[in-house]
Ligand binder design. Structure first.
Ligand code: NAP
Length: 415
């Protein structure tokens, strides 16, 4: 069989546009920043679309790392592949989405709000054809946060078939579709690519996912406080897939949405009887509460909802201990950044030592949930609110996020 020689790769520009942290609550567009240096186990991605996460605004407000590139959530096309990337389907031209540790003082050249982003080959999703770049960008942080909180710390039964690894077709970029040519490989990893090693066919058997012990029994209720948040909406879907019964709180205007996502019942957190109503509905048996808001009010409602036997409470923000009013409830707080396996060098209560085991879990979680991402209908992305203006628009979006002007949608911007 004749194999066509790889074409020259598109050259990379010398500089890129990027949003840099300027100071407290402030980012600024820089026109000529260096591209992020990428490690051997990373890929370099040309960013097509970004999403705004509350975390982006919070880091800016609380501990702004001046000069760092902002942004966590992105979708785009692979332009370079590091020489030790093991993922057989990560090739130049393949579309991907994910989450990077933006606004990071240890790596100021890398963040999602830029034209190029570097991401570990083990910690990224292939973007399947049925998802848009916008939808991909909207999923990165929520998928990992639910994984780390609900599936790592609580050890729920995984929402995908055990042992499943990467599968399904990757998406081809317009360039590949029109050229019909063999994909080029990264110059840093000169490998010969045969036409049979096209997107969607791995050169090795899919890796298995680590076994995850099970704890809560099938059919048990789980409360998702903030079911209309991006994290909550995904948690509802995943918890259903794990055979448990999610109930949630949100504003009444979002009841229909959360029920479509899997919530058996929804409760308006504005009601003074919200916690008691949930406790009654769940027959005093609730033992798990994921609090996607985590303030005094949300924690009080979760604690009031918890059944007579107590249980586990998981916050996505530092837990206000003033509201820890029951000794039969164990409160916990996760920080998704630990999934990178590196020290989280932020002030208390955010700082954490490096946790290599979190990284091991995260790699397995990416592989397992890729099977859900690949299957149309398995994961419903959050409704999108697409802003205009590219990186300029992102600055306005950060302000919107800060003002709390986001309900049941994800803010996304095309670059
Ligand atoms: N620990 C971590 O590693 C981690 C990771 C990711 C996110 N987070 C945090 O998790 C939280 C959720 O993030 P997200 O991206 O999922 O949020 P999001 O989608 O931006 O949240 C918007 C939603 O918040 C809801 N909301 C606001 N105040 C509320 C309250 N007092 N009670 C109930 N719902 C309320 C609104 O619901 P209604 O419109 O229905 O009222 C709105 O739909 C944020 O605080 C974020 O910083 C933490």
């Amino acid at each position: 069989m004749q194999v066509s020689p790889p074409r020259q790769m598109d050259p990379l520009p010398r500089t890129q546009r990027a949003l840099k942290v300027r100071g407290p609550s402030e980012v600024q567009l820089h026109e000529a920043c260096p591209l992020p240096a990428f490690e051997d186990d990373e890929i370099l991605v040309r960013v097509r679309c970004v999403a705004i996460n509350p975390v982006d605004a919070k880091v800016l407000d609380m501990a702004p790392p001046v000069g760092a590139t902002a942004g966590c959530e992105f979708a785009g096309d692979v332009v370079r592949v590091g020489r030790s990337v093991k993922h057989g389907r990560l090739k130049v031209g393949v579309a991907v989405f994910g989450f990077v540790w933006g606004s990071h003082s240890n790596r100021p050249d890398n963040g999602a709000f830029a034209e190029f982003v570097a991401v570990a080959g083990d910690l990224v999703y292939l973007l399947p054809p049925h998802l848009s770049y916008q939808q991909g960008a909207s999923l990165g942080v929520a998928l990992q946060t639910v994984g780390m909180g609900v599936y790592y710390l609580w050890r729920l039964r995984p929402p995908y078939a055990a042992g499943r690894g990467a599968s399904g077709p990757g998406r081809r970029t317009a360039r590949q579709e029109t050229s019909g040519e063999t994909q080029e490989m990264d110059a840093t990893a000169p490998r010969h690519v045969s036409p049979s090693a096209a997107v969607g066919s791995s050169t090795r058997p899919p890796p298995s996912t680590p076994a995850m012990p099970r704890e809560p029994g099938t059919g048990q209720y789980v409360l998702v406080y903030g079911g209309s948040t991006a994290c909550g909406a995904l948690a509802l879907q995943m918890i259903r897939k794990s055979g448990l019964v999610p109930v949630c709180t949100c504003s009444a205007r979002n009841f229909a949405m959360v029920k479509e996502l899997g919530a058996q019942e929804a409760f308006d957190y504005h009601s003074p009887t919200c916690g008691d109503d949930i406790r009654r509905y769940t027959s005093d048996t609730l033992a798990y509460a994921l609090d996607c808001i985590t303030d005094l009010g949300s924690m009080r409602i979760c604690y009031a909802a918890m059944g007579r036997g107590g249980g586990k409470y998981m916050g996505l923000n530092p837990v206000p201990l003033r509201a820890h009013s029951r000794r039969d409830i164990k409160p916990d707080y996760i920080l998704v950044y630990t999934m990178f396996g590196k020290e989280v060098s932020l002030p208390r209560p955010f700082g954490r030592p490096a946790r290599p085991k979190d990284r091991v879990f995260a790699e397995g979680w990416y592989r397992g949930t890729q099977t859900l991402v690949d299957t149309p209908g398995e994961i419903r992305p959050h409704p999108l609110d697409q802003g205009s203006g590219g990186l300029h628009g992102v600055i306005k979006g950060l302000d919107r996020m800060r003002k709390g002007d986001v309900s049941g949608v994800k803010l996304v911007y095309e670059l």
